[in-house]
Design a protein around this ligand. Sequence first.
Ligand SMILES: C[S@@+](CC[C@H](N)C(=O)[O-])C[C@H]1O[C@@H](n2cnc3c(N)ncnc32)[C@H](O)[C@@H]1O
Length: 439
Amino acid sequence: MKRGFLNKGASARRLTTTKSSATSGSDSAEKPMQLSRAGKDTVVAATQGSKFQFSGVCRLHSNSPRIIVSDYRIPSFYATHFLYLPSADNATMVYIDSLKGVQTVSAWPLWTQPAPSPPANPPFEIRECDDKGLGMIALRRIARGEVIVRQRPLLFSHPTLHINPDQMHTFFESALAGLSPDTQSAFNSLRNAQLETEDVPRSRGIILTNALATQVPQSHDPTANYNAVFASLSRANHDCSPNAHYSFSAGTFTGRLTALRIIQPGEEITLGYTDIELPRAQRRQVLATKFKFDCGCTTCCLSPKKATESDTRRAAIAAFLIRINELNVNTTEGTEPLFPEGASLARASELLRWAEGERLIEAASKLAMAAAGLAYKENNTSETTRLALRAINYLRAEEGNDSPHFVRFARGTGFSPEQMAAKFDSSSDEEMMGPNLNA
Ligand SMILES: C[S@@+](CC[C@H](N)C(=O)[O-])C[C@H]1O[C@@H](n2cnc3c(N)ncnc32)[C@H](O)[C@@H]1O
């Protein structure tokens, strides 16, 4: 698989946009017709014993797979469609996309297999976290790279939808109507942090609040950041030095969280909703605007002097990683990475220490890999080995103990992945990463 150097897979960031106008969208050079409000125009798509009641102008496109066109008056090329999975009779997920998009996904053989089971004995519970609402709290120590939760989304939606603003409510209510009652109530119990308006009815507010940006390389639109909304996984709150990583497997169509560092019992499990390398003021502005909260994490509560120091470190880390990414966007796995002019092992090692001190593990993972590459270039064998080991340790924290990269690496050294993981886990976060600079 083609893979940009240091640019691994799905973004952990929350989606912040669901384009909603009939004129927006990458494939909308021509505009679909303008629609009037559906009002009481209720359509019943009754098929083969099951009765689905859709308000508005939905029509059944096919029964097996169950595909509904959201508005029959829009030419089907433009119209958004709802696909119910894994089966029409007990749909636990709605996939929202163009007709081509839903047809691509519906043809995947994985829907005939049972959904992967969640980790036995989940290491967290969902409970109130002060002013944050609900959150995920660790019930026991969670090791680096451990899978915390794994589940299929309740709703998976292309970021560009052809809907008139005054059709929003009807559209989303109709999309949810084909789901099983339990799935509907799981969706409806999620938090809506958005102000409710005609343009942002509650169902859309729930998506804007809870969706995680997810790319599916095998989908009809591989570069799109789909909105993935989950029952428990979406309960993870934000922190500017998060301890968990979100990834998505298209092979099983499941999202999961893995522990980036050791999570202690009682500690909250958190994700980064925005670019956590941004300066504090910018991070806080994005979080307040898009997610409607004032971040009170440890890094956001630093004194002005310490906050400036943290901002400086994060800015330097971001600048270095952006440059490396630009240079390596088209490199494939196994080829030699390219480095910016003047990049040195000393500088990469300093940035790695900063990322570790800031507890920015995803950045540390990339920096360790870059530093190992620079050590190799500088013929520094001992540092190459030390940094490569560190890089693989961070990579398996992100990708999980079952990461194919980690498994291959462990086997190559003669250890089983479990033995290697235990070896890595024997050190505390402080031993591995040095002191937390913002504690
Ligand atoms: C995806 S939800 C997270 C789960 C949510 N707390 C709940 O009760 O279901 C995102 C919303 O949770 C709240 N939230 C998340 N992280 C927060 C934080 N660090 N501080 C305050 N509120 C937070 C905000 O209202 C945000 O829009």
